[in-house]
Design a protein around this ligand. Structure first.
Ligand code: NAD
Length: 476
């Protein structure tokens, strides 16, 4: 199962090329994976287009039966799937199991939601005329996804697009293809007709370009960096391929002085380092009220320095390796820049002792940062907790909104007025008040500003893959 998946068959790339998939915890080769390119993408698009002729006409009830079965298959195979996810992504086993549970939930939720894609009738101004609006599936969807959630990222787009009646050419990250292959396996074993889902992995730029250039492909759903999102926007401006973009983030966290500082600092040490900070909605810029700044710094540092770093299979590990050597180097470079800024690294930021193999980095806490710091400007995507301070609500809001990103923001306070004012003034698509997990299968997930356009999950996620059609009947 290390090949491309086209027409319900596992096939080699046309030119026979493979690449070596590396375990980030051991730097050992996991498998040789078929390395697809433009030509493979076009074959997959043809397959998806042929399959759409029948799949697009199925009832939501027929589609729901298959999606629900696939969710059950994921749950039944959770242990095996989760182990492969740990091997390819490095995340702790408990996180991998949790992610597969959410992936299954997405398929089950969209199985139900497909049945509710209601249109509407519109009263007209003529007695001989009737108007109605219906929703129809777009056709073939290209789904390009990032490695940080190897099952969740593809699952939320695949489940919604399939529920809508679309067919798919998926391109998961070259770093984490195994989980996407398992998703395809779950769907095939659940009776998905051939060609409805196809998975190719390999030369990302060539495959992205082939998707843009192929007129049979109606939309690209992209989850990844703002940098690559802009490349796709450039291309789409010439081909008019529609785009949904779920891009980078740089989430602020506003912590006011009416909270239980010690309790919050303790959970912060877990929330910030979930998936090693490699999360698009990861709490990144911590703005702490000046009255509790020192207490918060001390307590959070104590907890972060106790986090266990190691192979995701080890008991009690909180933080695994970063995904690649390049990713580790990019975080180290950011830390080096903060040293130049005279910030204080209170703990971590180095390769843990006796861990020379694998892309491990000791979780870091950095304090005394200015708003001009590189840690305020750039998405870190790694195990660094930067601490800034603020004077009052106004100061906090201005600093929090001072970013080109607009995905998620968090506010911690026991004052209702502060919570409401802050949530209304923050320029972000997702706001968590006194909680770290503001999103859910049933809620719309999407970014403002350069964090994206369109939504995944929730009913909004399904309509991203449908076209609205007005039907007007005259002469009645
Ligand atoms: P990335 O943009 O480098 O890669 C994402 C995907 O795009 C991968 O499958 C990659 O192979 C592919 N790709 C790379 N170059 C391409 C090109 N020229 N044309 C087409 N496809 C191309 O991002 P990454 O490093 O894999 O993931 C991290 C980024 O993803 C972070 O910025 C993170 O915030 C973002 N992300 C966003 C969300 C969200 O929902 N908003 C979710 C997860 C990750």
């Amino acid at each position: 199962m290390n090949q491309l998946f086209i027409n319900n068959q596992w096939v080699d790339a046309k030119d026979g090329v493979t690449y070596s998939l590396i375990n980030p915890a051991t730097e050992e080769e996991i498998a040789n994976i078929s390395n697809g390119n433009q030509e493979d993408c076009n074959v997959a698009v043809e397959a998806a287009h042929a399959a759409f002729q029948a799949w697009g006409k199925t009832t939501p009830y027929q589609r729901a039966a298959i999606l629900k079965k696939a969710a059950d298959y994921m749950r039944a195979n959770l242990d095996v799937f989760a182990k492969d996810m740990v091997v390819e992504s490095g995340k702790p086993l408990a996180e991998a199991k949790g992610e597969w549970t959410v992936a299954a939930n997405l398929f089950e939720w969209y199985a139900e939601e497909a049945k509710r894609s209601y249109g509407k009738t519109i009263p007209t101004n003529r007695p001989d005329k009737r108007s109605s609006v219906i929703w129809q599936p777009m056709g073939v969807i290209g789904v390009i996804t990032a490695w940080n959630f190897p099952a969740y990222n593809p699952a939320r787009a695949w489940a919604a697009a399939l529920a809508a009646g679309c067919t798919i050419v998926a391109k998961p990250s070259e770093n984490t293809p195994l989980s996407a292959f398992h998703l395809a396996e779950a769907l095939m074993k659940s009776g998905l007709p051939e060609g409805v889902v196809n998975v190719i992995v390999g030369d990302a730029a060539a495959i992205g370009e082939a998707m843009l250039q192929n007129p049979l492909l109606k939309k690209i759903s992209f989850t990844g960096s703002t940098r690559v999102g802009k490349i796709l926007m450039d291309g789409a401006s010439k081909t008019y391929t529609k785009l949904s973009l779920e891009l980078g983030g740089n989430a602020p966290v506003l912590i006011f002085d009416d909270v239980d500082v010690d309790a919050l600092a303790k959970v912060t040490s877990i929330a910030r380092f979930r998936n090693n900070g490699q999360v698009c909605i990861a709490p990144q810029r911590f703005y702490i009220h000046k009255n509790i700044y020192q207490q918060f710094c001390d307590t959070v540092t104590k907890h972060v320095s106790q986090l266990k770093v190691g192979n995701g299979f080890e008991e009690g590990v909180h933080v695994g390796p970063l995904i690649t050597k390049k990713q580790k180097e990019s975080v180290e470079k950011l830390l080096e820049e903060t040293r130049q800024e005279n910030a204080n690294i209170l703990t971590g930021g180095h390769t843990p002792e006796n861990m020379q193999k694998g892309y491990f980095l000791q979780p870091a806490v950095v304090a005394d940062l200015q708003q001009s710091s590189v840690l305020a400007k750039q998405e870190i995507f790694g195990p660094v907790l930067p601490l800034f301070s603020f004077e009052d609500l106004e100061d906090a809001i201005v600093k929090a909104n001072d970013t080109e990103y607009g995905l998620a923001a968090y506010v911690f306070t026991n004052n209702l007025k502060t919570a409401i004012h802050a949530s209304e003034r923050l320029e972000f698509g997702i706001i968590g008040i006194n909680e770290w997990a503001p999103h859910g299968t049933e809620s719309p997930f999407g970014g403002w500003k350069q964090s994206g356009q369109g939504h995944e999950s929730g009913s909004e996620g399904m309509y991203e893959y449908m076209e609205k059609k007005l039907i007007s009947i005259g002469g009645l």
